[in-house]
Write a protein that binds this ligand. Sequence first.
Ligand SMILES: [Cu+2]
Length: 687
Amino acid sequence: MATSLLVARIKVRSIGTSRYKTSDVRSMFGIVLLSFIFLSDTIATSSQNLDEVVVVSHGQSGKRSVKGQVASIDEHLKELNNVSLVRRGSYAWEPVVNNMAMERVSTTIDGMKIFYACTDKMDPVTSYVESSNLQSILLNSGLNGNPQATGNIGGSLDLKLRKAGFLYNPEWKIGADAGYESNGHLQVYGGDASYSSKSFYTNGGIFYRHADNYKEGDGREVPFSQFQKVNAFVNGGYRFPFSGGAEGEYDAIEGTFIFDRATNVGYPALNMDVAKAEAFITSLSYKRLWEERLVQSWETKAYYNHITHVMDDTTRPDVQIHMDMPGKSWTAGLYSLVRANKDSHELTVNYDLYYNRLFADMTMYPGGAAPMYMVTWPDVGTLNTGVALSDRIRLGAAHTLNISAKVAWQHQRLNNEEGYNALSVFFPGMQQEYHQTTGRIAANYQLSILNSQLSFGAGWGSRAPTVTEAYGYYLNNTFDQYDYIGNPRLKNESAIELNGAYHLSALNSQLTIGLDANAFFFSNYIIGQFENRLSAMTVGAEGVKVYGNISHATIANFSLTSQWTILPWLAWNTRLGYALGQDDEGESLPMISPFSYTTSVGIHFGRFQGKAEVQGNVRQTKYGRKYGETETPAWAIVNLSANYVWRHFTLRAGIENLFDKRYTTYADWCNIPQKGRNIYMNLSFEL
Ligand SMILES: [Cu+2]
């Protein structure tokens, strides 16, 4: 292969190449606000592998961001257990679940598949929705994914859309949010309205965010960290009794439309910014609901989404070769989900099908020479279809068994001849079409005795390589300064997961302590490998890596949490986390969290709630030196937050990084500094 790779190098140079809510929301308003104040720090999940963060400002109890609904999606995600976020700027952070990034995590919007359009991971799909669109974000840790998830070795995130739902007594509601943050002059404005009745509902809203460059800890401005975003959405539902149905049994039709557009987004960790990242997300679903029958509901949803991503380096100084790098992603799909209850079983059966197209190209403009063009994602069409089953079995008052399984079949075709030909030079004899079969199976057993809960589980799952891993072409990675080439000969990656948890409550439930651990034992782990026979194309790059399978790798995560209600108005919460990641040679994998800690003291008087928090990481001693990662020093910051509820208003204020520390975390791409001191304030109103 050496010769062909060299030939290829020369050639490259020459071409240059929900649920329905029928609850009475009106009177719940005040009560819920008061109740979530205390619930906000407790874990409200039915299974150890599930976690949820509530986004809406009112109407649902559970874990929330201290910034309330005005928080960005990224800030909401931060609240989830086992989730960390990779930052390349102050916008569009990449969710990492169990120390695994997007390749190993499934993200869906209300069960809809959606794929990012940037070859540099500037646009995780969580960046194409806004807080105003969502009810909550649900995380299934590890292989026990939601029914629509595929390739979810690390976990699956489902962004639950906010729907006004049907109400027996017709009701109008309006809401508004406004927020300001001193660091970067972040401004947030949002407004929404909803109408609900017994047979019809609709809700919609608009949201706007704008930020200038932020300042790091010592007051220095971080250039290219600005962004701007607008988002508009509308949902609607119509419900009617079906013939032969009993009282309370309905058919429902629901539709969603989301438009999201980010412009002038800076990425200080990268060489390029984004001129425009735009998404259209639509769906139409049909659902039948039964009461007291074996089958509870049957929902079929069809959806379509389209993403346009346009990178831009024209505002950067000292660019040697200007580049145009647009990317496009569109996905059409459907799923059909049946939920059934029988005796001690809660069963779901899901069928899904989607077709996704990904295309990206690059034009370079070397001064004084003809432009050079190359295809970086060769218009890959992926048809994927799968069947998923899950069953929650109550084995007795104290025992529960959760089982889930999915098998999926995938067909891929490289529709762009130029891209296919370019890649074929590296991989002579490669095909234009590929197919893969992937699957997962997981079981989790939970035992509750007296004041403690014990759970353990195991699973196996596999994933197909991503389009970047299989067909990417000279994608520059600023993290290790290598150009990456995909490998169409990759084998599927697979992993065995083992997990266990022990949760104990003591002192009349005033103290709860939880210990959670999981470990993933990979086979054919996919990662970039040095290819010394090739030289880099990007100016300043160190060399070339080609994606390959390594025989095995291990990732393990441990966490210890405690919640102690010392006095009725005083609570102390702590979370400690530790993770390990090793490749087949015992070397540390990159982007694995060092030992982390968060401890907070919360107080609560009437309508007022306040919290002081210390958060930090120890020095990252086990960093992926082999993979170009550098050591991250220890850091610790102090955050203060408070909120006050008055009639229909919630006022939230706080200071992040109180002592204006200059720091960077292991998850800050290329060690870009975090925000310095930031004072924020926001007001939510709902009527
Ligand atoms: Cu991009």
